[in-house]
Write a new protein. Structure first.
Length: 277
């Protein structure tokens, strides 16, 4: 991860994700001039208030507001009062789009944001969580899964040209194969890229199709597969620390957190309360 400072603004590049950057502005009081970007931007206000001038409209931005800016779209963001504002912006370009939207985007111009402003508490919280994951080293491996969740939600606010050559039956069969693959290989922690290749899809398209078919994200399915296996291992009296290590969790505490979240009890209570008839 590379970080560049510019006053109250930090530009953070995530090396593991092509053509993707996060911009964090704290107590920004600058009045930026009208300008354009070459990238798509998803921004939100974390604190304070600001004004977005776009398409001859002035939009008031406050906490929980999400704004969307297309490439080459003239705009200006400025504080609405002397207190300034803190904001968070995710910027991505053509390589990112091609990587995540291969099946549904033929040309970069065919993907556009169809709205300028969103009021979506769930997505706002997910974007804040994405920021924390980027800044937290030990959560980097889950970044792609979080990006998939966010863009699956964002999908409804975008304009795409859908390709119709992908047979729905083949997609369904491929997802079924992936589920079997995850169940058989959950110890190895197959990454999103590996699963998408196995399904013969781009990462974004795979994530959407998987969730539509299965009802949960690939990441959640993989965690649940691990927990199911963990239950068997625990019932075979395998030590808790060994189970956590075998299933690829950071440590025993990390494993216990996910186990409790998915079963409603701690691993120790699960073993103690299990009754064999």
């Amino acid at each position: 991860m590379d970080t560049k400072n510019n006053g109250n603004i930090k530009f953070i590049t995530v090396k593991s994700i092509d053509d993707f950057q996060m911009v964090v502005g704290k107590s920004v009081s600058n009045v930026f001039p009208m300008h354009v970007h070459q990238k798509f931007c998803i921004g939100l206000i974390e604190r304070g208030n600001a004004l977005l001038v776009q398409n001859n409209n002035t939009i008031r931005l406050s906490n929980s507001c999400i704004y969307l800016i297309n490439p080459d779209e003239p705009h200006q963001i400025r504080p609405s009062d002397s207190e300034g504002f803190s904001h968070l912006v995710f910027c991505f370009g053509l390589k990112f789009i091609q990587n995540y939207f291969a099946e549904i985007v033929n040309e970069a111009t065919e993907f556009r944001f169809s709205k300028s402003l969103l009021s979506n508490d769930k997505m706002w919280k997910e974007l804040i969580l994405l920021k924390r994951m980027i800044l937290k080293v030990d959560s980097r491996k889950d970044l792609e899964y979080k990006i998939m969740e966010i863009f699956s939600e964002l999908y409804q606010y975008c304009s795409f040209i859908q390709s119709d050559y992908i047979d729905e039956k083949r997609q369904s069969d491929n997802i079924s194969r992936v589920c079997t693959y995850i169940n058989n290989n959950c110890r190895e922690n197959p990454c999103l890229h590996e699963l998408a290749i196995y399904a013969g899809m781009s990462k974004f398209h795979f994530s959407r199709v998987f969730k539509n078919e299965v009802g949960i994200s690939p990441y959640d399915y993989q965690i649940q597969s691990k927990i199911k296996l963990a239950r068997d291992l625990l019932l075979n009296r395998q030590p808790l620390a060994d189970v956590a290590l075998e299933l690829g969790f950071t440590d025993q505490s990390h494993f216990s957190k996910f186990f409790s979240r998915n079963t409603g009890v701690t691993p120790a209570k699960f073993v103690k309360s299990n009754i064999e008839l």
